[in-house]
Design a protein around this ligand. Sequence first.
Ligand SMILES: *Cc1c(COP(=O)(O)O)cnc(C)c1O
Length: 368
Amino acid sequence: MHFIGNLTKKVYRQKNIWHGDTYELLDVAYTKTPKADNFIDKNYTGVWRYKWFLPLVEPNNLITVKEGNTPLLTYKSSLKNVLIKQEQLFISGSYKDRGATVLISMLKQLGIKHAVQDSSGNAGASIAMYCAMAKVNCDIYIPKNTSIAKQAQIKAYGASIITVNGNRDLTAQTAFNSALKSYYASHCYNPLFFEGTKTFLFEIFEQLNFNMPDAIVLPAGNGTLLIGCFIGIKQLINAGITNKVPKLIAIQSANCSPLHNLISNQINNFTATIAEGIAVEKPVRINQMAEAVTFTNGMVITVNEEEIVKSWKNLALAGYYVEPTSAATIAGLDKYIDGFVTTETVVSLFSGNGLKATDKWLKYLKLI
Ligand SMILES: *Cc1c(COP(=O)(O)O)cnc(C)c1O
């Protein structure tokens, strides 16, 4: 049996207080290392297949739609085969469902009735969907420029939308203050979310017949997938399941690359990017993101707007209708393969469905 550190409702609320720029970040700690023999529970499919490596949720509190288990597809990047995990196939349209199923199931178990979250869209939609299934009231704070399709989706799940006249950071602060009276179901602060995203790494490991790839190429905004992968790697190593550490390659938009700038000691200079999912100027867990990249011997690659749009268009022509943010990751993947790789096994992903970005497609195709 395992146990979640201090994550009771009360302690969580007291600890997570924002004083200007200082705050305390919590992580999930397990009292016992789960056993390698229990890596997979065959009674479950998708994310909860790894339930013995996840926070303990009673079966009647599970909020799940058998999410996960996304297919690995072979894709050609510069004449080299790489593997792409189809994370745009999640029921809410993005991989955020991995984090949301764990976070909201735990919330139900804790008896929480009202959750607050902020997001540029996909995390908000995913949290709203799971809250609807858990019958938890949900307020989603969004920045003014959030895609109209994502707003519609959040509303359709019955959540309240509060539009903040400012950027992502101001949106987060506003949500945070309001959450002091309820519960902050944040995909960046709340460590339960990262416990879910780590199953992305578990699935890759299982799909490669219990082998680690050499490198994983990921988008990096708030780092939910990047940090999730790092947590997953450490957990598998601690359980004696593997001793191989794949390189974590983080992709950022050249217009918003705080992780790249931190690691390479450059100053930040932010401008707008079409890759809204990774347009995060101040990721709260940036130090953990940097550790994930440096510890695994990875790197950060930036892609400019032209490269993102080119990749976006080419992906659609090849049959993959994805969000610009997903195209940014693939543009970065292509750069990585071109510049660095010879014989590595490389895995990347399509992070979000193109239907989420209908407004951007309409604009790009000059239909509006
Ligand atoms: C959330 C998201 C990302 C970026 O993930 P972070 O956790 O912010 O690093 C990339 N693509 C899509 C489609 C997303 O929804």
